[in-house]
Design a protein around this ligand. Structure first.
Ligand code: HEC
Length: 390
């Protein structure tokens, strides 16, 4: 119940944050100059929504006189992070054995796993912040390339430290943390400084806006990969197959490309339609990579097994959780309502068994029941042969 409510809040806050930031990027890019506008105004935009017309005007630094009422956009970002981090603690840190670590990947205890995950969030953010503030931060192309290599290297490392699912959530949470920190540590403080200077009757430094703008562009390009990573833990073929880290590397290109298409379009430039060809091709590569089977799988499938063999594997590796009365400590009912505790239920669920435990290694979670690759191969051979009942 707690986890469901926090998840609900997280999704709603995320929608509000992404919605408002996409809106403002669009607004900023669609501003058109008009000589009739007052000095210090970059441009205007006309919009229609909900039965009324809106006339938006952007003041480059600030208006001559501060308005009495000013709306700030920050709680969407903070609420997304606070709820997301709570969810990370509830689901991944408190159940690290099942969702975060995999002892066959790296043998560590649950508290150590949670600590490694938490401190690597912090460390990665510090590295990013350092890069942005270093001379490299002045060169957008160099910064993007180094940033990309950094994120892919981290993903590779995480898939060798945590379970596939844990690694995907970790890299998503890490990018999300960088994005919220951009709002908290850079964008908001400089906005506050600007407003304070204006109230004091001083001239704010125009460079301040530039710092915020740089981070806001980073956030814009990072949004789609983060959303992909956040929903990917429902798709075993993405996180629990051989090339899971390559899939993330591709999505880290696809997401920004899609944003590039819309940014160019909203700016009134010619729409870069080529991006969609690249996106579709890249997603086909992702589909192919996700069909290559679980990590560690080699060689051809064994001869079609008998149902008795399959039954024995599922009963010994799955049924302690997937039963009407699970014997697994702390589990009240069969997860997701899926029972795998007699021949009938096993035959009924042949396909999802194959998806989660033979064609990928999503189940058992964190491989807590130490299922072997040979057993996965037996299940795969059974499924390939049409899941015979004998
Ligand atoms: C330690 C307990 C545990 C064991 C052992 C286990 N599972 Fe699961 N299983 C879970 C939990 C928990 C979930 C729900 C996962 C979630 O919340 O995403 C789940 C979900 C599933 C699902 C539903 C996935 C979906 O799409 O929602 C399937 C299918 C499944 N398990 C199959 C298996 C098979 C096959 C095995 C044996 C190879 C197995 N499980 C072993 C705990 C277990």
């Amino acid at each position: 119940m707690v986890s469901a409510s926090v998840r609900w809040l997280h999704v709603v806050a995320g929608i509000a944050w992404i919605g408002s930031s996409f809106y403002f990027i669009h607004l900023d890019l669609s501003l058109r100059p008009n000589p009739a506008l007052p000095n210090g105004v970059k441009g205007e935009a006309w919009q229609v929504h909900g039965g009324g017309f809106y006339h938006m005007v952007k003041y480059l630094v600030a208006p001559a006189k501060m308005p009495d009422h000013l709306t700030w956009f920050k709680w969407e970002a903070y609420a997304t992070w606070l709820s997301g981090f709570s969810l990370l603690v509830i689901v991944y840190y408190m159940n690290a054995d099942m969702y975060l670590i995999d002892k066959q990947v790296l043998d560590m205890t649950a508290p150590v796993g949670a600590a490694v995950a938490f401190f690597s969030l912090l460390a990665a953010w510090l590295v990013y912040e350092g890069l942005c503030r270093s001379p490299i931060g002045k060169n957008e192309l160099a910064l993007s390339l180094i940033g990309y290599v950094f994120l892919v290297a981290l993903t590779y490392a995480f898939t060798h430290v945590f379970s596939g699912r844990g690694a995907f959530t970790q890299i998503g949470a890490l990018i999300g943390t960088i994005m919220v920190a951009n709002v908290f540590v850079v964008i908001m403080p400089y906005q506050r400084k600007t407003v304070a200077a204006l109230i004091a009757g001083e001239k704010p430094d125009p460079a301040w806006g530039g710092y915020g703008k740089q981070r806001s562009i980073h956030n814009n390009y990072l949004t789609l990969p983060v959303v992909f990573l956040m929903i990917s833990n429902h798709y075993p073929f993405f996180f629990a197959t051989k090339y899971n880290w390559v899939i993330v590397a591709i999505v880290l290109i696809v997401g920004p490309l899609i944003r590039h298409f819309y940014n160019a379009r909203h700016e009134g430039k010619e729409s870069p339609w080529w991006t969609w060809f690249v996106v579709v091709f890249a997603m086909m590569v992702v589909a192919w990579l996700s069909s290559t089977g679980p990590k560690g799988q080699t060689g051809a499938l064994p001869a079609t097994p008998t149902f008795a063999q399959v039954n024995e594997i599922v009963m010994s590796r799955c049924s302690m959780c997937h039963a009407s009365e699970p014997v697994w400590a702390g589990m009240a009912a069969a997860p997701k309502g899926i029972r795998l505790d007699d021949p009938e239920t096993i035959k009924l669920h042949a396909k999802v068994i194959a998806i989660n435990a033979a064609l990928s290694s999503a189940m058992p979670p964190g491989n807590v029941t130490a299922m072997t690759m040979d057993e996965r191969q037996v299940l795969a051979a059974w499924f390939e042969a049409g899941a015979p009942a004998k």
